[in-house]
Design a protein around this ligand. Structure first.
Ligand SMILES: Cc1cc2nc3c(=O)[nH]c(=O)nc-3n(C[C@H](O)[C@H](O)[C@H](O)COP(=O)(O)OP(=O)(O)OC[C@H]3O[C@@H](n4cnc5c(N)ncnc54)[C@H](O)[C@@H]3O)c2cc1C
Length: 454
């Protein structure tokens, strides 16, 4: 048995952040990952991250080999490709990164701060005693002998697999299962192309529910004639994203770009695209990052939020360990602070995500063509501000003419629910006592949001 102050499961972006911050305050932290040290950070990803995350977290911008391209914004295409939204502005500047090198930088920072790395070691189950999580059982990949890693707090930062959270008993008070309707299964490739796509400073997002049911496909230009191209579908659709990518994107819709291109790397992954878990703390337990559904539900970006979660978790854990027992109640401020900083915005966008997934390509085409939400309002909404609708007399007449007036009413109701979901999450209970009542409020809003889907 090995003892630490804190055991962090998963050395991804969230895990390295929490480990670095706690180690630099003098805590004895074990960072455990089933990948070998050199492979840590090498994750299948879209590789795009907003510059604002670096500003907010005080992280150095990527440079050298870690930086593949500076991004000025996002172009969103309607399913019929007739309408393009340019979502640009200083707050949307970002980076295409080399994910592996970025992950290695975060790992190095955690180790330099004093964290102990246990690599090539898989966490298999939690150790629970007297209603507290006391540690985890882990198995080195190349050995049959298990080790027990004990900590005052265990942080589950193991990504979408949620290696610890998914095995907790109900009395921990944390959801263990995520609905397949709230997960995206994605497949992406890095490809070397013959010609750089036009406007390579923009990431391209293509809405097309026929090609990518419940999700979207993307083409993000990287450096050196490479592109990051991928497709995600809602997991409950049971569709194969790789097959859809090849059939529709490579062989049909973007044939010219991909003809003669060569594969550099391909792989798949899961993204939880919903509001954060209602609570992600328990006695001796905290979940962050994908393991806590800290992901933007609209575009699936989770690198930034995982580091926000890691920062908040470290700051609260350090205070709690200095004064007493890491009970659910003492760790509760992690829920409150995350909800206020990012979770409320996530909840609002989750209402929008549910609504969008229930539309048809025709409605998306018309909605974009008549700019029911204007480009500048998409930008504001993506930054967490209110969603303004652009429903005018003219659009009212057009949609009435199409027999689609009820759609405009549903859109209005969705915008109202989005605001409500955000407000409820901003009003997150200060302690666990009023949590059950709060949970009812949030569930009611999401039931209504699901009711808006045709
Ligand atoms: C195809 C795809 C495209 C994406 N594109 C983007 C994008 O462009 N921008 C963006 O911001 N986000 C993107 N995301 C989401 C983003 O990758 C995640 O939200 C982010 O990596 C979450 O960080 P994390 O630290 O929670 O988990 P991860 O980065 O997934 O790290 C988890 C770590 O835990 C380890 N681990 C897992 N299970 C165990 C276990 N049992 N024992 C020990 N170790 C374990 C893993 O090896 C891994 O190192 C994408 C995701 C996918 C799948």
């Amino acid at each position: 048995m090995q003892r630490f102050d804190v055991v962090v499961v998963g050395a991804g972006t969230g895990g390295c952040t929490v480990a670095r911050r706690l180690s630099s305050q003098g805590f004895n932290v074990c960072l455990v990952d089933y990948k070998d040290e050199a492979s840590i950070g090498d994750k299948v990803c879209g590789d795009a991250i907003g510059k604002h995350h670096f500003d907010d977290l005080g992280l150095e911008y990527p440079r050298g080999d870690e930086l593949e391209r500076v991004i000025l914004g996002v172009k969103i295409y309607s399913p019929d490709m007739e309408t393009t939204f340019y979502i640009a502005g200083e707050k949307l500047h970002g980076f295409m990164i080399n994910r592996h090198i970025f992950g290695q930088r975060l790992l190095r920072e955690a180790l330099n701060a004093g964290a102990t790395l246990l690599d090539s070691t898989k966490v298999v189950e939690p150790v629970i005693e007297d209603g507290y999580l006391r540690g985890v059982v882990a198995k080195p990949v190349k050995s049959s002998e298990s080790v027990e890693l004990r900590g005052e707090v265990v942080v589950d930062a193991s990504g979408a697999s949620a290696a610890v959270r998914s095995k907790l008993p109900p009395e921990m008070g944390v959801e263990t299962k995520i609905s397949r309707e709230d997960m995206i299964v994605a497949y992406r490739e890095i490809r070397e192309v013959k010609e750089t796509p036009p406007e390579p400073d923009f990431c391209n997002i293509y809405l097309n529910l026929e090609v990518a049911p419940g999700g979207y496909y993307w083409i993000f230009p990287k450096g050196d004639m490479r592109v990051n191209v991928g497709l995600g579908v809602v997991a409950s659709s049971l569709r194969n994203p790789k097959e859809l990518l090849y059939r529709h994107v490579f062989r049909r819709l973007h044939r010219e770009l991909f003809e003669g291109s060569s594969l550099v790397h391909g792989g798949g992954g899961l993204v939880p695209t919903r509001r954060p878990l209602d609570s992600f703390v328990g006695n001796g337990f905290v979940a962050i990052g994908d393991a806590a559904c800290h992901v933007n539900p609209i575009h699936g970006g989770g690198i930034g939020p995982s580091m926000v979660g890691g920062t908040i978790a470290a700051d609260v854990i350090s205070k709690v360990l200095e004064v007493g027992k890491p009970s659910r109640e003492e760790l509760w401020p992690i829920n409150v602070m995350y909800m206020q900083r990012y979770g409320a915005k996530q909840a609002g966008l989750d209402v929008f995500r549910i609504f969008l997934q229930g539309l048809t390509d025709d409605l998306l085409n018309y909605g974009m063509r008549y700019r029911l939400v204007k480009e500048e309002d998409v930008l504001r909404a993506s930054l967490g501000e209110e969603l303004h609708l652009n429903i005018t007399e003219v659009t009212g007449r057009i949609f009435r003419g199409m027999g689609r007036l009820p759609f405009l009413n549903r859109l209005r109701r969705m915008a109202k629910l989005l605001k409500e979901a955000k407000a409820i999450c901003q009003d997150y209970p200060a302690s666990p006592e009023s949590f059950p009542k709060w949970k009812v409020r949030v569930q009611e809003v999401f039931e209504k949001a699901k009711g808006l889907v045709e």
